[in-house]
Design a protein around this ligand. Structure first.
Ligand SMILES: Nc1ncnc2c1ncn2[C@@H]1O[C@H](COP(=O)(O)OP(=O)(O)OP(=O)(O)O)[C@@H](O)[C@H]1O
Ligand SMILES: CC(C)(CO)[C@@H](O)C(=O)NCCC(=O)O
Ligand SMILES: [K+]
Length: 246
């Protein structure tokens, strides 16, 4: 029997299976539209869900689970004030996105070190956790795709019939579409550099862990990528802590 872990983001759904020994294996990563094409083969005993995308999208997942036939017990995880060694910085802890919460739990339970987590998906979030598991706070900024869309919506002369899919770090655009795509990617890169600046100059951390996750991470320049680890499955690792504990 396996436990099914589900990280339901605003764009994508990422899943993993946890076996009886507590080992976690990735299962699938898909969109809400394509979820009906997925089916559960192994026998599942229960489901652990982290959902940030609201009721409509949670309903899509719940109805998909019902279609899988078995009577599955669904455990929805929410952000807490304190769990698995991590102390939430929010005075209203449940307001913190459960994806951010679980990524911090996943990271801190691997290594009790000062940690910076950058998750670049629909939105870009940055969170800081110190060596005692204290969440110091974080940032929420628009994701790279959202930045592009927000300019397109409000500036009629900016268009985007780009020949390339993504912008380029450290490059200068010489057309409207390239300027827009490159501008958005470099805005993301600038946010990461600012996060490192705050970490090193304001917090005075020097030996710290930098973790990246999310679909836009490949857009960062190599020098920034080299400074961190790519760990897009950390939310699932956080869910696994709850699933193992049950
Ligand atoms: N190969 C890629 N290269 C660059 N950007 C990408 C790539 N794949 C996806 N993206 C971008 O990543 C962002 C969303 O990431 P993705 O689709 O992986 O969801 P996610 O990171 O799981 O986000 P969420 O958790 O919000 O669902 C979008 O801006 C998308 O354009
Ligand atoms: C910021 C996102 C959208 C990132 O996925 C998610 O974590 C969320 O909806 N958070 C709620 C608000 C907060 O974290 O303060
Ligand atoms: K996410």
């Amino acid at each position: 029997m396996y436990k099914l872990l589900i990280d339901a983001g605003n764009t994508r759904i990422k899943t993993a299976l946890m076996d009886a020994e507590g080992h976690v294996e990735p299962l699938f990563n898909t969109t809400y539209e394509d979820l009906p094409n997925e089916s559960l083969k192994p026998t599942i005993s229960a489901v652990w869900l982290a959902a940030v995308a609201g009721e409509v999208r949670s309903n899509i997942i719940e109805s998909w689970l019902r279609e899988q036939g078995e009577e599955l017990k669904l455990h929805e995880v929410h952000s807490e004030q304190f769990a698995f060694g991590v102390q939430n910085a929010y005075s209203t802890p449940e307001n913190l996105g459960v994806d951010r919460w679980l990524a911090m739990l996943g990271a801190y339970n691997e290594q009790q070190k000062p940690t910076v987590i950058v998750d670049a998906g629909t939105a870009i979030t940055v969170d800081w956790v110190d060596e005692n598991g204290k969440h110091l706070g974080g940032w929420i900024a628009p994701g790279v795709e959202l930045m592009k869309q927000s300019v397109l919506q409000r500036a009629p002369k900016v268009f985007s019939d780009a020949t390339q899919l993504y912008g380029r770090a450290n490059q200068l655009g010489t057309s409207t579409p390239d300027g827009l795509l490159d501008g958005c990617v470099n805005n993301f890169a600038g946010l990461v550099r600012q996060a490192l600046h705050v970490t090193e100059v304001e917090l005075d951390w020097f030996d710290y862990r930098l973790i990246y996750s999310g679909g836009s991470t490949p857009l960062l320049s190599n020098d920034l990528k080299r400074r961190g680890e790519m760990r897009s499955e950390l939310v699932l690792q956080g869910l696994a802590l709850y699933a193992r504990d049950a």
